[in-house]
Design a protein around this ligand. Structure first.
Ligand code: NAD
Length: 289
């Protein structure tokens, strides 16, 4: 068994505890046993699991794994501490707020001989899988992905990082991308922000990614992809899967811990994660420059 701790008891952290307490039967997630959680708040036990100190988690021999579920801005420091203590790390996306820091962390994981995994539940949704099937084999002319949502809490960072799930969709659907332009409109009085990034595929097809947020805006993803064969303007409807998204991610992470994921697959994920973080950094630079 591998002992695990959860850092950050928000929505994601509570789901991590729940999933470890009742893992999918017969899956490698059964090998994880939650030993405690770490919070900046002095919380009572959560789902029967007790709070422990950071020092204790870092020092205990029966803690092998850390789940970093804090707000985005504090991921990097938490990941580094646990890697340095030679613990495997699963971090909720985005791993860091810079490409350079993510490269450093990955090198540190390699040096310590531990797994570093970034959760990407958006790639596990049925709607994404359906969209991927729909796009496969088609030649893109141009496209737009427009996300709308409510305001984010503090600590979630620049929109190209907090919205990395949408960027990851575009990279997984259309391959390596480059950034040609990016702008950010803001109206602080109304907590409004709109980031528009102009991206290019490797064969110079234009993709526009918009992240628009304001309190009360419905959470939605609107697509308009023009293919040689015709347009796709709606994400195909898909029934909900039977296994929860965080559980699917937990199974994938624990399969990595059990050595059941090939080095090629690990490398493919690493390249994709780093590519997305590099694009997010360039978008931020262009918006702020
Ligand atoms: P959250 O706001 O629920 O929790 C974030 C952090 O805030 C946690 O460290 C939590 O301990 C702390 N927190 C929450 N309430 C608090 C309070 N009242 N006082 C003090 N601290 C408090 O955020 P979340 O949705 O759990 O997101 C955490 C991470 O998971 C983020 O990196 C996010 O990108 C990622 N993530 C979340 C989801 C999701 O569905 N929630 C999905 C994918 C990725």
């Amino acid at each position: 068994m591998l002992g695990a701790v959860v850092i950050g008891i928000g929505t994601a952290g509570c789901v991590r505890i729940r999933d470890m307490l009742v893992p999918l039967r017969g899956s490698p997630a059964e090998k994880l046993a939650v030993k405690g959680f770490i919070s900046r708040r002095s919380l009572e036990p959560q789902q029967g699991v007790s709070r422990i100190s950071l020092e204790e988690a870092l020092g205990r021999d029966d803690v092998h794994v850390a789940f970093i579920c804090t707000e985005n801005m504090s991921h990097e420091d938490n990941v580094r501490m646990f890697l340095q203590a030679q613990k495997h790390v699963c971090v909720e996306y985005p791993m860091t707020m810079s490409y350079k820091a993510a490269v450093e962390l990955w090198n540190l994981a390699e040096e310590k001989g531990v797994i570093l995994h970034e959760e990407h539940i958006e790639l596990l949704t049925e709607e994404y899988k359906e969209l991927k099937r729909e796009v496969e084999g088609k030649t893109l002319q141009e496209g737009t992905l427009h996300f709308t949502g409510g305001a984010l809490k503090p600590g979630f960072g620049f929109p190209s990082f907090s919205g990395i799930a949408r960027l990851t969709w575009l990279v997984e659907l259309f391959g390596e991308l480059s950034v040609s332009a990016a702008t950010l409109e803001e109206d602080p009085a109304n907590s409004y922000s709109k980031m528009t990034a102009k991206l290019l595929t490797s064969d110079n097809r234009s993709l526009t990614w918009i992240e628009e947020r304001q309190p009360g805006l419905p959470r939605a993803k609107n697509i308009n992809f023009q293919f040689d064969s015709g347009p796709l303007t709606q994400i195909p409807p898909a029934p909900r899967g039977t296994v929860g998204l965080f559980m699917q991610d937990l199974i994938h992470f624990s399969a990595k811990l059990a050595g059941q994921v090939s080095p090629e697959e690990l490398q493919r994920e690493r390249v994709r994660v780093l590519h997305c973080l590099e694009l997010a950094g360039k978008i931020q630079e262009l918006c702020q420059g």
